[in-house]
Design a binder for this molecule. Structure first.
Ligand code: GLU
Length: 453
């Protein structure tokens, strides 16, 4: 069996770091198993789904390193959903219900008041053709419910019916179908809820493994029953924990700030975003993993913990910095060039340890090419004015800084910070930055002379 997975977002908004987890988990699983990855747009809601969101999701996934093998759209597949719905209707498993939302609300309140679970009583299933015709004559349109197989032949005598599966993340799971209402699969306006199209697609597209957030656990019990009713073998399921902020807040409220697009624009590396998204909420250490191939090796669905995956968006910065400090020149050369930095490996290796993002390299490129905002404190004026005379002659090399500061030390008696800092300030305009020994040859003789008083 070819492993086939899918990431199935609704293109009704941009994806954030929380939504990137099922995308990455499915992608990594497919890579590990030599399988296929389908990007499936759950766009049956024609009003809210937008092409621009679909495009932005594709772009975000590519940036993260996810290249779908196939892209599918539910909006192109209504005929298949209609056929499946008809099959269920013919089998007497999909029945019309005419209650209005208000009637259903009232009924649930009554059940709660009597201390009963608010489970739908299958009133629609009892109705005769005449009663249905009367509703239709009133102008009511039915919604359609699937009869859960939680009975022994008489749907009004339900009994405990456990649907079980061995979850890739959570181990053995069980959902009692008698505790659930028959799910509505088709709304009164004829549109499909997510459940049936998702199952039909999973069957038609040969999806072997469904990896998604744990907010879908209860759906899975229902979905397995519908797979069975359609005569299809259910896929293997895995439900991962959901990402929340440290105080337990879900991410949807902070969508904007943590959207993949905004993280990209903030100059973060895709691998630091992917590392955080994949490793948070697992028993593994959250650390920057340099490549997708390395993340594939590290990835393990059984390490996902049962509690929520708490994270602090600030962690991303530190993780990104650690990743950038190790990035080889080849990984950044095109981006440096795009920033107008016409420098080579030496430059990058000199500055990367001081960069939180690759964009920070621009700051140090400015230090090298100038102009810089040279600074001299009053108490250093005399010292700095001597510096020009002791600058080693000839070309500036890696040895020049040592020779220069030794000579100045001998001349002035200054040492440590008092010796180095005034030179750093006058040459770079900064108090901190890359190692002066490596920076000096990059700044070059002429610039040094121009910056010294
Ligand atoms: N469109 C659904 C969602 O975003 C897909 C869930 C699933 O993977 O089955 O929640």
């Amino acid at each position: 069996m070819t492993v086939t997975v899918r990431f199935a977002p609704s293109p009704t908004g941009h994806i954030h770091i929380g939504n990137s987890r099922p995308a990455l988990y499915n992608w990594l699983f497919a890579q590990k198993e030599g399988g296929r990855f389908i990007l499936r747009f759950d766009d049956t809601d024609l009003e809210r789904s937008k092409q621009e969101y679909a495009q932005s999701i594709e772009q975000d996934l590519r940036w993260l390193g996810i290249e779908p093998d196939v892209i599918e759209r539910q909006s192109a597949r209504f005929a298949s959903y209609d056929a499946a719905a008809q099959k269920l209707k013919d089998a007497g498993l999909l029945y019309p219900c005419y209650e209005t939302p208000e009637e259903l609300d009232r009924r649930r309140s009554r059940q709660r008041a009597l201390g009963r679970p608010p489970v739908y009583d299958r009133a629609g299933l009892r109705q005769t053709d005449e009663e249905r015709a009367a509703f239709e004559a009133e102008g009511r349109k039915p919604h359609w419910r699937f009869v859960l197989p939680n009975h022994d032949g008489d749907p009004f005598e339900t009994r405990r019916t456990e649907v079980t599966w061995n979850d890739l993340c959570r181990g053995d799971q069980a959902v009692d179908l008698a505790s659930l209402s028959d799910p509505v699969l088709i709304r009164a306006d004829g549109t499909y809820l997510y459940t049936l199209p998702s199952i039909v697609d999973d069957v038609d597209m040969g999806v072997s493994h469904v990896i998604r957030g744990e907010d879908h656990v209860a759906n899975t019990g229902v979905q397995i029953a519908i797979f069975d009713a359609l005569g299809a073998k259910p896929p293997v399921f895995g439900h991962h924990n959901l990402l929340t902020t440290r105080d337990g807040e879900g991410l949807s409220k902070r969508k904007g700030a943590l959207s993949i697009g905004s993280l990209r624009e903030a100059g973060l590396e895709p691998m630091s975003v992917a590392s955080l998204a994949v490793l948070t909420g697992t028993s593994q250490a959250v650390e920057p993993v340099p490549t997708m191939a390395a993340l594939v090796d590290k990835f393990d669905l059984t390490s996902v913990s049962k509690s929520s995956a708490k994270f602090d968006p600030e962690e991303l910065k530190g993780l990104n910095a650690r990743l950038v400090h190790e990035l080889p020149f080849e990984a950044v050369s095109a981006r440096l060039e795009a920033h107008g930095i016409k420098a080579g490996q030496e430059f990058w290796e000199t500055v990367r340890g001081n960069c939180e993002t690759v964009n920070d390299a621009s700051r140090y490129w400015q230090v090298i090419t100038g102009p810089v905002d040279s600074r001299i404190e009053d108490e250093d004026r005399e010292f700095v004015s001597k510096a020009r005379d002791f600058l080693p002659s000839g070309e500036i090399t890696q040895e020049s800084w040592g020779e220069w500061t030794s000579a100045l030390k001998a001349e002035t008696g200054r040492k440590g910070r008092g010796l180095f800092m005034p030179l750093r300030r006058v040459l770079t305009g900064m108090d901190h930055g890359p190692d002066m020994k490596a920076l000096l040859p990059l700044i070059g003789k002429q610039n040094i002379l121009d910056r010294l008083p």
